[in-house]
Structure formats: C-alpha cells, structure tokens
Design a protein around this ligand. Sequence first.
Ligand SMILES: NC(=O)c1ccc[n+]([C@@H]2O[C@H](COP(=O)([O-])OP(=O)(O)OC[C@H]3O[C@@H](n4cnc5c(N)ncnc54)[C@H](O)[C@@H]3O)[C@@H](O)[C@H]2O)c1
Length: 377
Amino acid sequence: MIGYQFMGKMHSHAYRDMPFFFKTSVKPVLKAISGRKEEAVRQAAEEFGWESYETDWRKMIEREDIDVIDIVTPNHTHAEIAIAAAEAGKHILSEKPLALNVEEAKQMYDAVQRNNVVHMICHNYRFAPAVQYAKKLIEEGRIGKIYHIRANYLQDFIMDPSFPLIWRLKKEVSGSGTLGDIGAHSIDLARFLVGEIGEVSGMMETFIKERPIADLTGGLSATTDLKEYGEVTVDDAVAFLARFDNGAMGTFEATRFAGGNRNKNKFEINGENGSIRWDMENMNNLDVYFTDSPPGLQGFRTINCTEEEHPYAGAYWPPGHIIGYEHTFINLIHSFITGISNNEATAPDFQDGVINQKVMEAVEQSALNKKWMKIQI
Ligand SMILES: NC(=O)c1ccc[n+]([C@@H]2O[C@H](COP(=O)([O-])OP(=O)(O)OC[C@H]3O[C@@H](n4cnc5c(N)ncnc54)[C@H](O)[C@@H]3O)[C@@H](O)[C@H]2O)c1
C-alpha cells in the first residue's frame, strides 16, 4: 500500500476484516506500506498491522514478495505508480479519480492491459448492499425504462474561508476539485445504475479564491498557523446536466459548500414502473416506489437492505443489524481479491476510470466554453 492516511487506514482495515467476514480461496497478507516520512510510516505500519514499511514506493514495486499494489496517495501520483506497478506485473487497486486527466488515465489503462494484471478503481459506494440491490431491481426491469437520475454529492468541510489550501484544492495535485473528489462518485454510480452518458452541459464555481497555505494535512482535515495565502485552482462546486445514451436525463450537483451536509451522497432514479432513492448518510436503506402497488398503498416504502437477498449483506449480521461506511470498502476488497484469485476482471476497473475521467473532462470543457460537450467512449 502506498499512502497511509485517510484512505490508507480505510483500505488497511478492509484487507484485515475482509477474510473475517468472507470465505475466499486467497487471503491478503499485509506485507508493506509506503510513505515518505519514516517515523510516520513506521507508526502507520504498526497501527494498521503491516509487516514492514518502505520510504520509497519504487522499492515496494521491486519487491518480489508483493503481488498487489494499492494506491492511496493524492491523484497526481496515481499514474506514475500504477504504470510502474503494472510493468512489474503487480495487480493494482487505485483510488479515484483514476488520474489527473484523460490522457494519463488512458496510459494507466494501456499499461494494465499490456501487462495482463487485475485492476480496479475504488468507487466504494457501488458496494453498499442497498446500491447493489438497486442495481438488481433495475436489471430485473422492476422500474422499467429509466427517465431520470438526480444525483447530489454535498459536503461542507471547506466553507470556512480560513480552512487551508490542502492538496484537494490545487489543480496540479488533484486534477479538479469537487468534480473529481466527490462528483466522480456520482458519475460512477450513474453509469453503474443507468448507463453510459452521451453528452453534458456544466457549470463550475470557485467561491473562495485564496486560502492560507497548509502546513499539515490529512484526509479531510487540515491546520495551519501560516499567514501566507495561495490560490485555489479548482472548483468548489459543480453542477451539470447529462443526456444518457438510453435517453435518460441526469442532473448532477457536487459541492463542498452545502452547509450542514457532511457526506450527503444521494440519488433518485425514476422509471416508467417505479422509482428508487438512496442516501449515503442512511446507507442501509433503499426507498422504492412501484406504480403497480394497490390504490391506497401507493408511495415510497423503505427497505432495510440487511437481508440475505441484499448483495453482501449476508456476510455480516442478522437482518436489521446495520453496517457502515467501512463495509463498502470491505465488499470492494472482497471483489478485488476474488478477481485476483480467479484471474478475472473486477468492476469498476481502469476502463471505468477512463470513462469517468472523460465525463469529468467534458463537464470542465462545457463549463469553460458554455456549451454542450459529447463524450466519445
Ligand atoms: N473512495 C473514497 O471515497 C475516497 C475518500 C477519500 C479519498 N479518496 C482518494 O484517495 C486518495 C488519497 O486521499 P486521502 O484522503 O487518503 O489523502 P490523505 O491526504 O489523507 O493521504 C495521502 C497520503 O499520501 C501520501 N503522499 C502524498 N503525496 C505523496 C507522494 N508524492 N508520494 C508518496 N506518498 C504521498 C501522504 O503522506 C498520505 O499518506 C486520493 O486519490 C483521493 O481522491 C477516496
């Protein structure tokens, strides 16, 4: 594993807990974790349960006792690490967004294909049992032809103008702002549940243009005593319309300025025979509405997706004994490790990463040029 903070802790936990809940023919062995600061990475290795650590990620890739590279570093490092890992024949899990731009993402996809390694991108929200069940209902035709998806991903952690200039706010490190950080998850969910997006029309805004330079960052938190300011070079908020190839309409909004919304990742899908809606902050539940319900019983009802019938839920607790954010990662890691042991593709993979990146780039171009942009897959 390369990187050891927010997602480093999350993925470490998932590798450790996955075999506890799932029976798999292979089990992950936590060989080594890498970071640039020796004392910090040594401590992370100890706390998260890794056998050893390295201070140069290239050494990890050279090690013959390592089969898998997991990339949990900021976005500008994903391409170089993934391409080197693929060339060394390692299977790869990369955090999202796949890269800084479409060009880099394509190079990563080429490298994993050329070297025939298993590859996956960490869009964990697909792996909530309620989302998997939504997918099943859609595939079974329960809501029929889809007319709409309405997807919002709302956070508020950078609203304070004195919140520092973390790596997520610098284009050269993150590629884009809210769009790639959280909008990417909505794009991935929409492609998973509804289908491919043909064209988009977007707008983006940066409300706070300068922020104090950060001296300590990690995850979504940061502190600074510095009085020096730097430019915010990414979007604080994005909204876009999408037309899907199957005729559905999409409206998307991602922002870190929606006060009171901590991690409000939600969607509603309306089809000819019913509707489905989900909200990450209430992630075990799926609201469903079917047009064929008897008169008097029409309306949304809430399914607590903790039964055997709900994908992945059976691996955990009895019905009604709910799971949380970290379980989406455990389920994803299960899918990744199963893919490796069967030498088969896992989804979402780097090709999904490339397509998601194309949608994001089209949204950015559209916002810049104030016109609709087509997406060529
Ligand atoms: N799937 C999700 O829901 C989700 C959530 C948060 C973050 N992410 C993604 O995970 C990745 C990491 O985000 P995070 O929140 O864990 O970040 P973070 O700031 O908490 O941690 C980043 C880690 O990378 C290390 N690092 C930074 N620059 C490096 C470099 N040049 N070389 C080697 N190591 C370096 C840091 O020391 C740190 O250990 C990003 O791509 C982000 O978009 C995904």
